[in-house]
Design a protein. Structure first.
Ligand code: COA
Length: 347
């Protein structure tokens, strides 16, 4: 069986920061309301010249450099986003070009906030089938461009950012099991219209493509759906919640994260939380959180990591990983691992 380990991780957020105090000046809200209901204190917002692909490229270069790989080593680039630079070409193609990954194929996936895990599951299958050895998987968003900045019910929640990882064929480690679910009948609980949507009698589509959301319905759904998805991946790996060393959930709301940890019987500190700094970055949230967990030294060799997510679709799922920085023998005896200093193609 071909395993696939994470050879390098990277993340990038734009420099611009929007605090809760800034939002108090924009809509009828308060720092206390936002912190109490969501745990979010600030989020990053892209500058006018930045796009999803420019953020993605920054994160990708870091991941590639830490993996000590050249762009030509990549067989495939998969990017997950709900906010592509354009309808086409794909963000993955733009990153492939920006890196100079001449041998790599490239395509995007869109499963809203579940997009990154869908992309990672796809990459795992490519490697498991022997169709690719090294796949760059990216989650990147400029959600600030599809947020209605006059709607206090949504604008306080979201932020911009990018996370990336290189998945590489290995002897052991990597994804142990995953589940992906969808219930398209609940599409209207969380959606953003696009330029190709239905026309009215005069032939006009929506003038603005904003995020619409039934917050309380999504909240209840999220805790239950993520908890059950983690249980499913544990069961198929013949493991239990006590075997989880770190839970890395989609970073949408601190109370949702705490609710999932509690339902699984995990102490709060076993869940990775960085939503306070970035808000909900959709596709980018899980790879950014995983990268930050690795940077903080929270992932030991052999650690079992449970990823879980939910979002528009509605879509939800989980992936169980065995953390290994040594799934492939070091080449040339040097340090090789997810956080090794980036020395080629990195920053
Ligand atoms: N500031 C102040 N008050 C706000 C507010 C804001 N930013 N947004 C909503 N409110 C108000 C509401 O208007 C409502 O007022 P009312 O009681 O007078 O009608 C009150 O706060 C409670 O609103 P409610 O929506 O019931 O709050 P909540 O406790 O459910 O929290 C969310 C709202 C959005 C934080 C919460 O439902 C949530 O996080 N849901 C999940 C959303 C999510 O994760 N989406 C992305 C999925 S990928």
């Amino acid at each position: 069986m071909i395993h696939s380990r994470i050879a390098g991780l990277g993340r990038y957020v734009p420099e611009g920061v929007l605090t809760n105090a800034d939002l108090e000046r924009m809509v009828a809200t308060s720092d206390q309301w936002i912190v109490d209901r969501t745990g979010i204190r600030e989020r990053h917002v892209a500058a006018p010249h930045e796009t999803t692909s420019t953020l993605a490229l920054r994160a990708a270069r870091i991941a590639l450099g830490r993996a000590r790989l050249e762009p030509e080593d990549l067989d495939l680039v998969i990017a997950s986003t709900t906010t592509p630079d354009g309808l086409f070409p794909s963000v993955a193609s733009l990153v492939q070009d920006g890196l100079g990954a001449r041998r790599a194929g490239a395509f995007d996936v869109n499963a809203a906030c579940m997009g990154f895990m869908s992309a990672l599951a796809t990459a795992t299958q490519f490697i498991g089938a022997g169709s690719a050895r090294r796949v760059l998987v990216i989650g990147a968003e400029v959600l600030s461009r599809i947020v209605n900045w006059e709607d206090r019910g949504t604008c306080v929640l979201f932020g911009d950012g990018a996370g990336a990882l290189v998945l590489e064929a290995s002897a052991f480690g990597g994804p142990l099991s995953f589940v992906l679910h969808s219930d398209g009948a609940r599409a209207k609980q969380l959606y953003a219209e696009g330029p190709c949507g239905p026309r009215d009698g005069d032939g006009n589509g929506p003038s603005e493509c904003y995020i619409h959301m039934d917050g309380p319905a999504i909240f209840k759904f999220a805790v239950h759906a993520m908890t059950e998805a983690v249980r499913e991946t544990l069961a198929s790996a013949r493991l239990g919640p006590g075997d989880i060393d770190l839970l890395v959930p989609h970073q949408a709301n601190l109370r949702i994260i705490q609710g999932v940890a509690k339902a699984l019987g995990l102490p709060p500190e076993r869940a990775m939380v960085n939503v306070q700094k970035y808000g909900n970055t959709s596709s980018a949230s899980i790879p950014m959180a995983l990268c930050e967990a690795a940077e903080e030294g929270r992932l030991d060799e052999g650690a079992r990591v449970a990823l879980c997510g939910f979002g528009g679709g509605l879509a939800w799922g989980s992936m169980l990983l065995e953390w290994s920085t040594t799934g492939v023998a070091p080449e040339g005896g040097g340090t090789r691992g997810v956080l090794a200093p980036a020395h080629r193609g990195g920053e």
